[in-house]
Design a protein around this ligand. Sequence first.
Ligand SMILES: [Zn+2]
Length: 131
Amino acid sequence: MRCPACDHPEMVAVIRDETLSFGGQSLTLHAMHGDFCPSCGEGVWDAESYRRFTEAQSGLLRAVKGDVGADIRRIRKSLKLTQAELANAFGLGKVAFSRYERGETRPPATIMKLLRLIERHPELLAEIRGG
Ligand SMILES: [Zn+2]
């Protein structure tokens, strides 16, 4: 097999560990099988390893998003608000926080900053809700 990137005539079969990183978390996949180019480093995983790679990638994504969701739920509960009440205070759609907490949608950074601010200064909530 020729290298798809640099056309080097010989890809080399390699078994190695591959580490994925995302959002401050990382995960190592052991004994991944692939063909790698000794010239440019381009590589192609075999079907089984590629499946493991994409599964690990989406698992890592869920784990990171899940943490944000748990964070939001914890702050919201400490404020004793329902998802709809919090969404209303921020001028968001009723289901916005349900999506954030389940990890379906990643909340904008501004929402997270506001939430953390309110968590430290709960007295600001009245002002946000009044405004
Ligand atoms: Zn190459």
